[in-house]
Design a binder for this molecule. Structure first.
Ligand code: SF4
Length: 206
């Protein structure tokens, strides 16, 4: 079997694909095509994509079809997210997307081994499952969800592990309005951090 045939036949379990704007982080507001992979074993209690957790309840989609849909959308970049996308080997998917001239961004908790080739990596560690150490080095931005004051201690611990140049973002937990005040007050006192908001929820889009 040729390498091309192998990629065409390869599949990944997919929750959904959609074309929207990136709602969070440094690329907020940019045209983005999202590929949401199934499977997550982190178990965040406030997770807003719990439907993505069971890997086997979502259809296997050919990588070739994912690439075709992404090319048709003509976004500024493709965001590979989940679930926890690193539960899958992302090498073939990112190679195929990049071969079509598409930039690849990753959103990961970092709790599984790195794979694939990315132009931008958002590392969003969670206190419920430790980051695989190799994922700290490739983080372009560190994004920590804040629900309680204890989450700031966690954020500071994780910030020690990433490169100095990594953007450091604190994001209020969506269902906890008081966490917005917490984050704003903290950033005022700790200026190396920035506020990240889930603007797609304000806009009413995915
Ligand atoms: S890592 Fe992401 S997908 Fe997994 S439980 Fe946490 S928020 Fe949900």
């Amino acid at each position: 079997m040729s390498a091309l045939t192998s990629i065409a036949a390869a599949t990944l379990p997919i929750v959904e694909t959609f074309h929207s704007v990136q709602g969070e982080g440094a690329w907020m507001g940019c045209s983005a095509f999202f590929i949401r992979l199934a499977g997550c074993d982190v178990g965040c209690p406030w997770c807003d994509t719990k439907q993505s957790w069971p890997r086997d309840r979502h259809p296997e989609v050919a990588i070739a079809d994912l690439v075709e849909a992404a090319v048709a959308a003509q976004p500024q970049f493709v965001v590979i997210t989940g679930g926890e996308p690193l539960l899958h080997d992302l090498t073939e998917l990112t190679n195929a997307l990049r071969s079509q001239g598409l930039r690849c961004h990753l959103e990961t908790s970092g709790s599984a081994s790195p794979s694939g080739s990315f132009d931008w990596v958002t590392l969003s560690p969670k206190p419920f499952k430790a980051v695989v150490a190799a994922n700290y080095n490739w983080a372009n931005e560190l994004k920590v969800v804040i629900q309680t004051d204890a989450d700031f201690d966690f954020a500071e611990q994780e910030a020690i592990a990433v490169p100095e140049t990594t953007l450091k973002l604190l994001q209020p937990e969506w269902n906890s309005p008081e966490s917005c005040d917490r984050v704003v007050n903290y950033v005022r006192q700790h200026p190396r951090w920035r506020v990240s908001l889930q603007t797609h929820k304000f806009l009413g889009v995915r």
